[in-house]
Design a protein. Structure first.
Length: 506
């Protein structure tokens, strides 16, 4: 059975989870965590602190040894707010690569929220009709509204506990002016919470991260709560009480360790205000988080029949449809091109020899290849690449979006070369696959060039070193325009695949 490892490099702590996929379920094998405060320097002067980087690298070396001991098949290493905001993130990523061989992936706040949602949903026994997830980390806070296990909206706010402590707190305990400033900042940023989330009607949220765990444990330790739920009233009382205590007194409370004691005051203040804004009666702490979502994503990509695999498929499709609508792409035409592309993928497997996952990348590219028109018809292929590669199309990693964008990019006169900007982030193998997939998309687009729905279906076959396409017309419709468009692709098809291409009406 495959073994996966997820490394979460956060602004406050670094976490490792190793799990084995057994009969469609992830079984935990090993977990590790250490506070390194990577984000402290970033939130002060914009740069990762050398001591924090050195500490984090030391922890990552330990993680690397654990990964090797478990014979992990695939490791994914992601970083969040501190790396997103730092000026010297690339330097640290290079150090990580040198020390461990791991490629560090900096994810957006929206992708962070999506993965946390995936990790929680994949492990829930019963899924509520509506759910609000709150993840308050060291650098940011993600709110994710989910309905019937589908993400409806994600908002990311710069309200991380380390960030705010570094920015506003200078005394222990903090004085009144410091508390007022941090409160005013929380109010200002929380105003960006959408009405859809604030008025969702969710009464009990699920909260992840160390701050939620500390508040939940402290509430029980101080006998403010006997329930697994931490109410808004209790959080408000905790926020006021903790703000009056010294670091030593806070650290003495069961559930709040010395390192958490440094940042728990602002963490409690953020929770208190968010719960008030969203009308939450209480939150329930969940130990699940980003690393669980990373593991679920890897398991789904290995076996699409898993529960998380089905969730990711749904996320991707809903996100693509939203992009099609947002960029005013004609949905019916996009679906026709997609269907043609998938028929070509299936019918010409022996010719293109693409990995199975490229079926989905080709499908997404077929749906999105016209989004660049939204910006400008001139240079629309370049605009298409930029939009797909940089938009938050949920369910895809940044590299997967770059692959999809590159497939959709080369539908005009230009041909992909290894030193092109869209191709340079890809591996040599990915570049070769992108070229082949883009030719299939060119043919699919050509077969639907007239937008008149003249072609009902494409039949593709490969025999004796030749490829034949049959365009099956809809009723008595003419497919002359489509045959002409395919004819123009013959030379490039032979150049890429080394085979002659012919097309005819059936």
């Amino acid at each position: 059975m495959p073994v996966f490892a997820a490394v979460d490099i956060g602004s406050n702590s670094v976490r490792l989870s190793i799990a084995e996929l057994r009969r469609g379920r992830l079984v935990a094998l090993h977990q590790d965590r250490e506070v390194t405060r990577l984000g402290e320097g970033v939130f002060r002067d914009g740069n990762l602190n050398p001591q924090a980087m050195a500490h984090t690298l030391k922890v990552l070396r330990r993680f690397h040894r654990a990964v090797q001991s478990y014979a992990v098949e695939r490791t994914r290493v992601v970083a969040t707010s501190a790396m997103r905001d730092s000026n010297n993130a690339r330097l640290f990523a290079e150090w990580v690569k040198t020390v461990t061989g791991w490629k560090l992936e900096v994810i957006s706040g929206l992708e962070e929220g999506r993965l946390i949602h995936l990790g929680v949903i994949a492990n829930l026994r019963t899924r509520p009709a509506k759910l609000l997830l709150i993840d308050l980390g060291g650098g940011s806070c993600e709110l994710t509204l989910s309905e019937r296990s589908h993400i409806k909206e994600i908002v990311t706010l710069p309200l991380g506990a380390v960030r705010l402590t570094q920015e506003f707190i200078r005394h222990d305990p903090p004085n009144k002016s410091e508390l007022k400033r941090v409160h005013d900042f929380i109010v200002k940023e929380a105003a960006h919470i959408s009405k859809h989330i604030a008025r969702s009607g969710v009464k009990i949220a699920v909260a992840s991260s160390g701050t939620a765990a500390a508040l939940s444990a402290a509430a029980r330790s101080l006998r403010l709560s006997r329930s697994e739920l931490t109410s808004q009233t209790v959080v408000g009382k905790l926020a006021k009480r903790l703000a009056k205590l010294t670091h030593r007194q806070r650290a003495a409370i069961k559930g709040i360790n010395p390192q958490r004691a440094e940042i728990v005051i602002v963490g409690a203040a953020v929770y208190a205000h968010i719960m008030s804004v969203c009308g939450l009666r209480a939150f329930r702490y969940s130990p699940l988080g980003l690393r669980d979502g990373i593991l679920a994503q890897m398991a789904a990509e290995y076996d699409r029949s898993t529960r998380s695999g089905r969730a990711i498929e749904s996320e991707r499709w809903e996100s693509i449809k939203r992009a099609v609508e947002h960029y005013r792409v004609e949905m019916h035409h996009a679906l026709q091109v997609r269907d043609s592309a998938l028929l070509l993928f299936s019918g010409l497997k022996s010719v293109h020899n693409l990995p199975p996952e490229f079926r989905e990348w080709l499908s997404a590219a077929a749906m999105l290849y016209e989004v660049g028109d939204y910006v400008n018809r001139n240079g629309h292929h370049r605009h298409t690449y930029y939009i797909i590669a940089n938009s938050e199309i949920l369910g895809y990693t940044p590299q997967q979006r770059r692959i999809i964008a590159a497939i959709a990019r080369y539908l005009g006169k230009s041909r992909p070369t290894s030193d092109d900007a869209p191709m340079s982030p890809l591996t040599p193998e990915e570049r070769e696959h992108v070229v082949r997939a883009s030719v299939l998309l060119r043919l699919a687009r050509a077969a639907n060039l007239g937008r008149s729905q003249s072609v009902a279906r494409i039949a593709a076959s490969a025999r004796n070193g030749k490829v034949s396409l049959k365009l099956i017309a809809r009723g008595k419709a003419s497919v002359d325009l489509e045959l002409w468009a395919i004819e123009k692709e013959r030379a490039y098809f032979r150049e890429v695949f080394g085979r002659a291409l012919s097309a005819a009406a059936a």
